[in-house]
Design a protein around this ligand. Sequence first.
Ligand code: CP
Ligand code: NVA
Length: 309
Amino acid sequence: MTRHFLRDDDLSPSEQSEILDLAMKLKSNPYSARPFEGPKTIALIFDKTSTRTRVSFSVGVSDLGGSPLIVDSTTTQLGGKESIADTAKVLERQVAMIVWRTFSQSGLEEMAANSKVPVVNGLSDEFHPCQLLADLMTIREKLGGLSGKVLAYIGDASNNMSHSYMLAGVTAGVKVRVAGPAGYQPNPNVYRRAEEIALQTGGSIDVYTDPRLALVDCDVVATDTWISMGQEDQKQQKLQEFPGFTLDRELLSNAKPEAIVLHCLPAYRGYEISAEVLEGPQSVVWDQAENRLHAQKALMVWLAEQSKA
Ligand code: CP
Ligand code: NVA
């Protein structure tokens, strides 16, 4: 059966853990898995800009013996001119996997419903699940485990990173806290799903409006831009709505002294995070960015194996 990865809860706790184990193995032995030998082609479609996702998937596909095909969707028939379903039916006959960075989650679901090859969410407005595999891998590396760790995400709690921290975090048994200003709270359906998963794993999910309270006794502090891709026209308004949410030294002092700091990048210094914290001793953002490569390679190996006829 074809497996897709459209949102963080598409993986069970044991599947997520298996992929993170494999990611660690591939980090120490990068060319030990060659599922795309041939080379098979993997389509990497971008409706939004990207540095990390584009580079890490391209390098990852090459490391796995395959050939990455980067598709800038603005120069294709996809998006208005040709349906997602028709696009999927064309691609599935020629490529071994489809990675798509797009706006709507329902578009990804439509692509997956019409594709015999795995479809991977390379970021949507609702979720960024590949980023979370890298983030969980980084926490495991730095803190020696995931279950029971306390992670606070502060910033736009209604965005893709917040939702992915909620679902992927509780899947790993993490105690997840998300803090955003009133009006930037998580989608209630995602919150309920995170609660359900937390009941099975021993994780937890709590929502705050005061970032200082969310950070108390935290092991991991994460933030992200206040203005996500596609929201550029809201920039001036949004910049007014996050007072107290800049992750600077003073705010970070509410967390454990040894807490690590994550940011999926790109970072906007002086807005969601100070330059001092981003470049300071608690920041692990460059390891986190590198781990996109290893985690996504593990994901692709796993999806290819699971989806064998
Ligand atoms: N973190 C992340 O997804 O970065 P890009 O937008 O550069 O791919
Ligand atoms: N929330 C951000 C993440 C960027 C990787 C965005 O969607 O633009």
